[in-house]
Ligand binder design. Sequence first.
Ligand code: RFL
Ligand code: PHB
Length: 393
Amino acid sequence: MRELRTQVAIIGAGPAGLLLGQMLQRDGIESIVLERRGREYVEKRVRAGVIEYGIANLLEEAGAGERMRREGLEHHGVELRFNNVSHRIALSELSEGKTITVYGQQEVVKDLIDLRLAAGAPLQFDSEVTAIEGLQSQRASVVVNGVEGEFRVTCDFVAGCDGSFGVANTAIPKSLLRRHERTYPFSWLGILAEAAPATDELIYCRHENGFALYSLRSPTLSRLYLGVRPDETLEQWSDGRIWDELNTRLATEEMPEISQGPIIERSITAMRSVVVEPMRFGRLFLAGDAAHIVPPTGAKGMNLALADVRVLFQALRAQLTEGDSQLIDSYSATCLERVWRAEEFSNYMTQMLHPSYEDDFENGVQMARLRQAVTSKEASTVLARNYVDLNSA
Ligand code: RFL
Ligand code: PHB
């Protein structure tokens, strides 16, 4: 079998794997990024849109923020909408001037791919990692099924940045791995539409029919979501039904209609919370969705993934350049503390905004939480700070 040698084998060319590759490359540490899908697929995958304050700075410091700063939309607030009335959470005022940047995940991914290819650093698409070996020996290796057949990469460390359906976390012995999981009784139907957004800021909406979110990508592209039952399919949702339901849920006196346009992308995503521990086993480190999933209501998934990478990069650098193992040894514990904070916030946002179709006690509690979030300065400050910059260093 063909064999390559590198310092860090990175599984997955999502935001986590690509940012790690970028940071290592800038510091002269060798790595290879292995991605099972094709380039076009990864660059077109529509997902997250909100980048936290500190994470936008991290991308910039890593040399990957130029287009994000130019084309991303800087927002100073979000709206919470319920009973068809909107309440603004003044994110910046409540967080010493911090802002969020609305910039699509696939744009972050495109920027990082361009940088890696321009630097001539190894990045192989259509290359699936099928086995991870030697994690407790002198040298680890991964077996890859690539376009030209199978090959092996031997390395000092493996970064498992392979998302929620990857292989990395299955390389941790079952006796050591703990998995904490919660599934929610709803999914999100997301659309991307060629329509000028009828809002300047994101709107998180609770309506008795279900959740709705009004987001955007540019002055001409709207990104909208509807909370739907978990067994619903795209076939059940015609364009007309989607727009009618968005209008019903999002309507206020000031904004009775939202702007419509051709729907160019649509998908349904199940909502779940997952944490696996530990995030390290021998020479393997997990980062991003490979280690944890949050429901998207808090806009935390990509931010958490990139924040893991900040910690992992520093730990690998200390080990590989100075032989200092302190940071790799504390990697899992350091990350998990922040991961659980993000899990808590995502769970709080999710449960406050998705009405129950069965449990009216739950609905009463949700309304009380929402009223508190918009009337109590303390509650809105906590919400704003968590929303804008939970993953700060
Ligand atoms: P990714 O992006 O899933 O990338 C993992 C990559 O690994 C590849 N892979 C393999 N490659 C080689 N060999 C194997 N054996 C492999 N197995 C897998 C996969 O093909 C893939 O390319 O994980 P990463 O890098 O950890 O990034 C995580 C984020 O993608 C995710 O957390 C966010 O998209 C979540 N999320 C949001 N996060 C935010 O911070 N803000 C948001 O506003 C936000 N909105 C969202 C979201 C996720 C959503 N969906 C669709 C789940 C909205 C939605 C609707
Ligand atoms: C998005 O713009 O896709 C988006 C925004 C906020 C979220 C989730 C997704 O909480």
